[in-house]
Design a protein around this ligand. Structure first.
Ligand code: NAP
Length: 311
């Protein structure tokens, strides 16, 4: 008799902007997962059993097999550790943890428990990222320019946590650019120096600049959280075969002499498909490189205090 495969019973944690904008729609279209519970201190998902926190959700008798964490990075370690210790597979929003040592410890815990840990980088699933990686392979890369400028008030309305210590500030979006760069550049990305502007009374920067190297190529990143009007999420790469341009966060690719090509956004459905595949294969996927670059920027970066900021 053929065994009918069951959907993986998943609990979603931290019902805020990204859970509602992306995770709930992606889960609705993914038959390999069944949304069995939600945990959020203040929010609920209609028609789904709700709990105050991840520990109460695990104890709630919902038969969970996996959790997906959409909370801010600070505090996620304890939530992920509780889930791993309960034998659940865990998917993490980016950035995967508040510190490098936290994500390293989670990776070791998941390995010891025999569960899947998936540290997601949604921008790597943007349509043009894999074509860019393939086009760059074997070419000489001379220079890389990352420009990541967005409006904190538009994408993170009222999110006080993002400008607190441990909230990453402008590195919350910029780590997406670093996740793309570390995926598509053939040589390791190494931070050389950095500066950052931290508003008075806040713990995380609103603007930053990074100087890096990848092999022989210079790599710069111009990061800003106060850009109104058109938003910029671009990476330009000079090679011996001309310039490749990735636009709109990795969703548009322009190759030398060609028109821009854009494909539909399927980032979060690809993440949940990958999570299901990792669980089925008994594997984890934890790439800390983007987080390490951010940590290095906080280690060596010059900090300037700038005018106070209010949302
Ligand atoms: P958010 O709107 O603030 O949602 C996070 C939710 O987590 C909150 O609504 C809150 O719900 C819960 N939470 C638990 N502990 C919390 C704490 N100590 N402080 C604040 N909230 C806490 O944030 P978000 O934009 O969804 O971002 C969450 C994660 O997704 C971040 O790591 C971010 O980088 C990532 N992400 C965000 C976007 C975006 O466009 N905003 C895009 C991609 C990825 P309760 O109050 O109900 O507990």
């Amino acid at each position: 008799m053929i065994e009918v495969s069951q959907a993986i019973r998943l609990g979603l944690v931290g019902i805020g902007k990204i859970a509602r904008d992306q995770h709930l729609p992606a889960l609705a279209g993914e038959p390999r997962f069944a949304l069995a519970a939600a945990a959020s201190r203040n929010a609920k998902v209609d028609g789904v059993p709700g709990y105050h926190d991840v520990e109460a959700m695990i104890a709630g008798g919902e038969g969970l097999e996996a959790v997906s964490l959409c909370t801010p990075p600070e505090g996620r370690y304890a939530q992920a550790a509780a889930a791993i210790e309960a034998g659940l597979h865990v998917m993490l929003e980016k950035p995967p943890a508040a510190t490098v040592s936290e994500i390293a410890a989670l990776e070791a815990k998941a390995r010891a428990a025999g569960v899947t840990l998936f540290a997601t980088w949604h921008s790597r699933e943007a349509a043009a990222v894999e074509p860019a990686r393939q086009w760059l392979a074997g070419k000489r890369i001379d220079a890389v320019r990352i420009v990541w400028r967005e409006d904190i008030r538009r994408w993170h309305p009222g999110q006080e946590w993002i400008l607190a210590a441990g909230g990453f500030g402008v590195f919350d979006p910029a780590i997406n650019a670093l996740s793309i760069a570390t995926r598509i550049l053939p040589e390791p990305l190494i931070l050389e120096n950095a500066w950052m502007d931290v508003p008075e009374g806040r713990g995380a920067p609103l603007a930053a600049g990074l100087t890096m190297r990848s092999g022989e190529a210079s790599v710069t990143a111009d990061l800003d959280f106060l850009q109104t009007g058109d938003q910029t999420w671009d990476i330009e790469i000079d090679t011996d075969a001309g310039m490749l341009r990735l636009g709109l966060g990795g969703s548009v690719i322009t190759l030398p002499g060609e028109a821009p090509q854009k494909a539909p956004d399927r980032e979060y459905s690809r993440l949940y498909a990958r999570f299901a595949e990792l669980i089925a294969a008994g594997e984890s996927d934890v790439d800390m490189r983007p987080l390490q670059i951010v940590a290095d920027a906080f280690l060596v970066g010059d900090r300037r205090t700038t005018a106070p900021f209010e949302f």
